[in-house]
Design a protein. Structure first.
Lengths: 218, 271
């Protein structure tokens, strides 16, 4: 198979559409992962009977099963129980929930990294619990949390390709569709690969900059 | 400066009678086989300056941590101004209550390791609790914080963050932060133990001024014997979860009754 510039330019708009969807999935998915993960981490940290144990199991379960299996289960198994969403909604939800288990662990490490003396000082000053979390503990954990979250974000960007398995027309699925219909796989997959590479490489440079920004101050 | 006679009157009553600021009655605390407090009875009168001395691991710090509700006693009663802070009599397991938190506001603590909030400036550290807990306006709280920073000799460092300050400066900010809540009781947990020797003096000077000028009740765990002798109304020798002996500083340091106290003082003073 010989590379055709003409064909490559021809399919570029379709692939860019796919890329744009991939980016949006990553943004939404990470949004879910960031919020849900924080919730899970705080509940686990508070050691509430039953509830904390439940969330510990949640983290164990989500991290212990493949993302692909979770995506399949949500899209093909749940509808038999009457839970039915579009492929895109299912995909975003599953990838967000999947990553929340990882972000929860990142937050946990960050929260536990704040010295006990900080909690004690806050208590000695009678600061309300919510204030202690929001203004004392979380701002200090952010330094360790941000760079790791950044890395997970880049990883999620690549993992969205798994959603092609449930017909979400993101970048990978766009390439696959082109390859099948035009019976030319060289250009679609090569261009898709370059797109993944460019974005994730740029993003990882950003993460490195964040690491530098947060590392030396403390 | 208020007259020192206040303290002496307080010392004579020794915390008994109606004027009690801090009361420990039969308080016990242990971790497994390690009995850090054994049926402790201990009283502090309002305005009294008390130093607790004794070997490491003898439960001195636990007294402060129970007052700060950072530890729960296993048994006994702890009261502040006769209001129960911990009621664990008969081994009851007390829970944190609203009343307890209200009592806790009367108590401030200065930690061995300062525990300043490193991401906030010095003045923000001092302002935080008055704004959040007492509901002061930011302007009023800032004014109070500036006065206190001046009191501890750090007017020029208002906007510095803790990592930019020396240990001695950090501890002085921590003292200002505790004072900002206008506590009735100020606890010091080995306030100079984490400091380089040349920085100890500046922190002791601040505490000395407070001890001599403020009518606050002060309870200090310390290894600075000369300092304890100078500022205390009463010195308490503590060992293995018990009060070995207590009395005016000249008595404890010059003519202790107990062999344990003599041994301890000889060991520390000969360093």
């Amino acid at each position: 198979m010989i590379w055709s510039n003409e064909y490559a330019i021809d399919i570029l708009p379709v692939l860019l559409d796919g890329l744009w969807l991939t980016v949006r999935i990553t943004l939404l998915g990470m949004g879910i992962a960031l919020v849900l993960g924080l919730f899970v981490a705080v509940i686990r940290f508070l050691k509430i009977p039953v509830l904390s144990a439940l969330f510990t199991f949640y983290v164990l379960f989500v991290r212990g099963t493949p993302l692909l299996a979770q995506v399949y289960a949500a899209f093909y198994v749940l509808p038999t129980y009457g839970i039915r969403f579009s492929a895109l909604v299912t995909g975003v939800a599953v990838i967000g929930i999947n990553y929340s288990a990882y972000t929860a662990e990142v937050y946990r490490a960050g929260i536990e990294g704040v010295p006990a003396g900080q909690w004690e000082a806050a208590k000695a000053l009678s600061l309300p619990h919510r204030r202690t979390w929001a203004k004392i503990v979380l701002p200090q954990s952010i330094k360790t949390i941000i760079p790791v979250l950044g890395n997970y974000w880049v990883q999620m960007f690549k993992d969205t390709a798994i959603l092609s398995a449930i017909t979400v027309v993101e970048l990978m699925q766009s390439a696959k569709t082109l390859a099948n219909s035009d019976v030319r796989s060289l250009e679609p997959y090569t261009i898709a690969g370059i797109m993944y590479l460019v974005i994730s490489y740029t993003a990882s440079l950003l993460v490195k900059a964040l690491e530098r920004r947060y590392a030396p101050t403390h | 400066m208020p007259p020192l006679t206040d303290h002496h009157a307080a010392t004579e009553s020794n915390g008994r009678g109606t004027s009690e600021m801090i009361t420990f009655e039969e308080v016990s605390k242990s971790w497994g086989d390690n009995h850090v407090l054994r049926s402790l009875n201990f009283h502090v009168a309002p305005g009294e300056k008390v130093s607790i001395i004794g070997p490491s691991g003898s439960g001195k710090t636990t007294i402060l941590r129970i007052l700060m509700t950072l530890e729960t006693p296993d048994d006994g009663l702890v009261s502040i101004e006769r209001e129960p802070l911990w009621d664990a009599r008969g081994g009851a397991k007390p829970k944190e209550t609203k009343q307890m938190r209200a009592i806790c506001r009367k108590i401030g603590m200065v930690f061995q390791s300062f525990n300043l909030f490193p991401h906030m400036t010095a003045v923000q550290n001092v302002m935080e609790a008055p704004v959040q807990v007492l509901g002061m306006s930011k302007d009023d709280a800032r004014e109070r914080a500036q006065d206190l920073m001046e009191l501890v000799g750090l007017s020029k460092h208002l906007d510095h963050k803790p990592p930019e300050l020396s240990g001695g400066q950090q501890q002085r900010v921590a003292i200002a932060r505790a004072l900002a809540m206008r506590p009735k009781i100020l606890l010091f947990d080995e306030p100079t133990s984490a400091l380089d020797p040349e920085l100890i003096g500046e922190v002791l000077a601040v505490i000395r001024d407070l001890a001599l000028s403020a009518d606050m009740t002060m309870l200090m765990v310390t290894h600075e014997m000369r300092f304890a002798e100078e500022i205390s109304d009463r010195v308490v020798m503590f060992d293995s979860g018990r009060v070995v002996e207590q009395g005016p500083p000249h008595k404890i340091f010059k003519d202790p009754d107990h062999e344990r106290t003599k041994l301890f003082l000889r060991a520390v003073l000969e360093r």
